[in-house]
Write a protein that binds this ligand. Structure first.
Ligand SMILES: [Zn+2]
Length: 589
């Protein structure tokens, strides 16, 4: 039903704050050690974002102030969704300590240790695949068996904005009390009210039910809604599209249905401020990949660059028509894309993501399109580019080192986002890709976007939009994107699909390994990209999860004598192990 997205700069994923993954060595280490703390804390560098907001009107300043407050609440909600002990663990962390840095970096008490395992670095319960949006003791086979026995409940239990609970008396009494205290919830969520009332007569820890986020997080969501409405009132006279969006999104938080706010967001023509508000991305749900986690991104629009970009975007229908699959669709020629400077990010959106495309809901995207938010002050942060260049240069033959450029990567990222608009969006028999491909749908969607981007580059070059040099820089960014500093875990969709591309490019001899360095044979780029894109589109169109899994198995081999050598070089690169912690001037950091 949904699709996801956010990409990040130069190869590493958007989820991991530029965290370098380390190879498994010997026995897997199952806990957090003092060495892990040093390995992370000693490599942390701060990136401070503080865009100029002096041009904002008084009403827009109120919007900024209120969204920053709302963001802090979303931050707490996000941490709460991720771990049942996060909130009290955060309260116990003393400012200025190593733990405070780790907590800020990981947005919770769980870090990634030297064996690339997610383990607690504070005294809390171990990490659960279902985070804090499924029962704490749930095991996948148990829920799978329940869903198989109760197929009618599948939709509500796997709803994107509902917490799964056991039907224990304690849980039911808590939710009934929430309904009693907030009677309007019965109006907005009548099926939930009916179900909870029915279960109350026969509680059972073997049964499950779904509590809408509006119920599970009602107090904090009401507070956020009030902040959004106050912001809307303040800006209504100057930017009525923004005001309408803020009001509708405030209501969406209580209905758990984002359609109204999404329509107003994607179609609105905003002046100087934009914001991603609410729960969209499902990356944190390691159990089913369906539950959305909270975020807020406050963005200042770069008007000159946004106008320039809109004018430069050519008709993308021609690219859709040329993709290697059998049923091209009609895509809109005017897509809402803008260039922004990040004022502050909260929750799931926090980090060094370079771009965002939302909403994910396939029906909303079909009806209203998807907004593309290019995050310019991250994309062009010199500190980040230097780190990327040093990793690239460590991995490739020396003659390629100068081929990577910031401009090339801007184009690659832009076309990755547009790539989400193109290609297969439903299976041949009409099912949504997320439903059909379940836990691997994100991986295929991201790989498709990467490949559509590289596929488009060749066409744009042939049509004269890029010079030979610009095409090469675009392509060099595509190589950096796929290189890994260690073998990825299967639950890391970005890194896994990047490794698949890496292996495909080796197989097609777009990449060859010479004396421990990669040589890039640019003339083989178009064929290598088109052949892999054809496979990816065919798998998406088939909606066959077994085929999708088998293809992943086939292309995720890791050879220590080949990948390992390159990974060692990347990790050894100057600044290669650097971990970025973002601070925001707007929060007085
Ligand atoms: Zn993407």
């Amino acid at each position: 039903m949904r699709r996801s997205h956010s990409t990040s700069l130069f190869g590493l994923c958007g989820l991991c704050c530029f965290m370098v993954t380390f190879p498994q060595s010997g026995f897997a280490q199952a806990e957090w050690s003092a060495d892990d703390t040093r390995r992370i804390v000693d490599n942390v560098s701060e990136l401070r974002l503080d865009p100029d907001l002096s041009h904002l009107s008084p009403g827009e300043r109120t919007v900024v102030a209120n969204l920053l407050q709302a963001g802090q609440i979303f931050q707490e909600l996000y941490e709460d969704q991720n771990h049942p002990d996060a909130i009290w663990a955060r309260a116990a962390v003393r400012p200025g300590t190593d733990e405070a840095i780790l907590y800020r970096l990981y947005q919770g008490p769980i870090g990634t240790n030297g064996s690339n395992q997610r383990v607690p670095f504070l005294s809390v319960r171990p990490v659960r695949p279902g985070r804090n949006v499924y029962p704490d003791d749930i095991r996948p086979p148990e829920l799978e068996a329940y869903l198989a026995a109760h197929p009618a409940e599948r939709g509500e239990l796997l709803d994107v904005r509902a917490v799964v609970r056991r039907a224990t008396e304690a849980n039911l009494l808590t939710d009934l009390a929430t309904l009693e205290a907030n009677r309007w919830l019965r109006v907005l969520h009548p099926d939930f009210a009916t179900r909870v009332a029915a279960l109350r007569d026969r509680p059972s820890s073997d049964a499950f039910y779904a509590a809408p986020y509006a119920v599970a997080y009602v107090g904090r969501l009401l507070r956020i809604r009030a902040l959004l409405r106050e912001a809307a009132d303040a800006v209504a006279a100057e930017d009525r599209d923004l005001a309408a969006y803020l009001r509708l999104r405030g209501d969406d938080l209580l209905t758990s249905n984002y359609e109204a706010g999404d329509a107003a967001w994607v179609s609105g023509q905003f002046a100087n401020i934009n914001a991603q508000i609410g729960s969209y991305e499902t990356y944190d749900d390691a159990l089913y990949g369906v539950k959305a986690f909270y975020s807020l991104s406050l963005l200042a629009r770069d008007r000159a660059r946004s106008d320039e970009l809109a004018a430069a975007l050519t008709d993308i229908q021609a690219i859709e028509n040329s993709l290697p699959y059998s049923r091209p669709k009609t895509v809109r020629s005017q897509i809402p894309v803008g260039v922004y400077n990040v004022v502050a990010d909260f929750g799931q959106a926090r980090g060094t993501n370079t771009a965002t495309i939302l909403p994910n809901d396939a029906d909303h995207a079909r009806k209203y399109g998807r907004t593309i938010l290019l995050r310019y002050n991250i994309m062009t942060a010199p500190e980040l580019f230097e780190g990327a260049r040093s990793r690239f240069c460590a991995a490739v033959a020396e003659s390629h080192c100068s081929e990577l450029s910031m401009a090339g990567n801007f184009e690659r990222t832009l076309w990755h986002e547009i790539g989400h608009y193109l290609g297969v969006d439903r299976t041949d028999d009409g099912r949504a890709l997320d439903d059909a491909l379940a836990s691997v749908s994100n991986l295929y969607e991201e790989m498709k976007a990467d490949l559509v981007s590289l596929f488009s580059a060749d066409r744009l070059h042939r049509e004269g939009h890029y010079t030979d040099r610009e095409l090469r820089e675009f392509y060099a960014g595509g190589i950096l994107r796929v290189l890994q500093a260690g073998p990825p875990r299967r639950d890391q969709p970005y890194q896994t699909m990047q490794l698949m591309q890496w292996n495909w490019y080796l197989d097609r001899e777009l990449l060859t390994l010479e004396n421990g360095r990669l040589r890039i044979h640019y003339d083989r780029y178009p064929d290598a990209v088109e052949s892999l894109l054809r496979e990816v589109l065919a798998i998406q169109a088939s909606g066959d999860p077994a085929r999708a899994e088998a293809f992943i198995d086939e292309w995720t081999a890791w050879d220590p004598a080949a990948h390992g050598v390159v990974a060692d070089a990347i990790r050894g690169a100057a600044g290669g192990g650097r971990i970025w912690l973002v601070r925001y001037g707007a929060l007085d950091e």
